[in-house]
Design a protein around this ligand. Structure first.
Ligand code: NAG
Length: 198
């Protein structure tokens, strides 16, 4: 998902010919939110990730495997997904201009113009099943063909991307009366943006 934020960045800034790459902290890639909203659960509480593989090397993160849903909500719930990119400066996390809310995630995540699709669900081996079940149908499985999430980025205006960043993802559910469920999913990717030395 670092790829998401940098592609967005490319759209926002004029390009200078400088290459950057990203080092993600956690070997699992995703981490529990440091400031998660009350009632928020982690990826490992929402999904059984035992059969997912994340291997980071200089090409990026090699991802494959399957995840089984543990989260259980009526399929009629509306799921809203938000991500925002924060920059660590002077000891605190500050928001950046990059954020996005997907109001009805289950209705759109498989559209080709969605970042969710481009960087993640495009690699699903059983996309039709995931469209049917979405994210919170207990015991449904999401299977991923092996793919590489590339972390090297070309032509980014260096001034705006140096140092420590995180992308925070918050997934909330609303029942048929549009009342927010007490449980939500929160996770983040934290990492370091570095300039390629050459
Ligand atoms: C999930 O991954 C495990 C381990 O690789 C494999 O044994 C299992 O068959 C997979 N399940 C599905 C539904 O693909």
């Amino acid at each position: 998902m670092w790829a998401i934020l940098l592609i967005l960045a490319v759209n926002l800034v004029s390009a200078w010919a400088t290459d950057y790459y990203l080092l993600v902290d956690d070997p699992d890639v995703y981490s529990p939110c440091t400031d998660g909203p009350p009632g928020s659960i982690t990826v490992n509480e929402a999904f059984n990730m035992d059969n997912m593989v994340f291997d980071q090397d200089e090409d990026g993160i090699h991802i494959s495997g399957n995840a089984t849903v543990k989260w259980s909500l009526p399929r009629t719930d509306r799921i809203s997904a938000r991500f925002s990119v924060m920059h660590h400066t002077r000891g605190t996390w500050e928001p950046t201009v990059i954020s996005q809310v997907t109001r009805d995630f289950c209705a759109v995540f498989y559209h080709q113009d969605q970042y969710w699709y481009k960087y993640w669900f495009q690699n699903a081996a059983n996309l039709e099943e995931i469209k049917k079940n979405c994210l919170a149908t207990k015991d449904s499985v999401m299977i991923f063909n092996p793919f590489i999430m590339h972390l090297r980025l070309n032509n980014i205006n260096g001034a705006s991307f140096r140092g420590r960043y995180k992308a925070v993802f918050h997934i909330e559910a609303f029942d048929e009366h549009n009342k927010r469920r007490p449980t939500s999913l929160c996770f983040e990717f934290r990492g370091e943006v570095e300039r390629v030395k050459d």
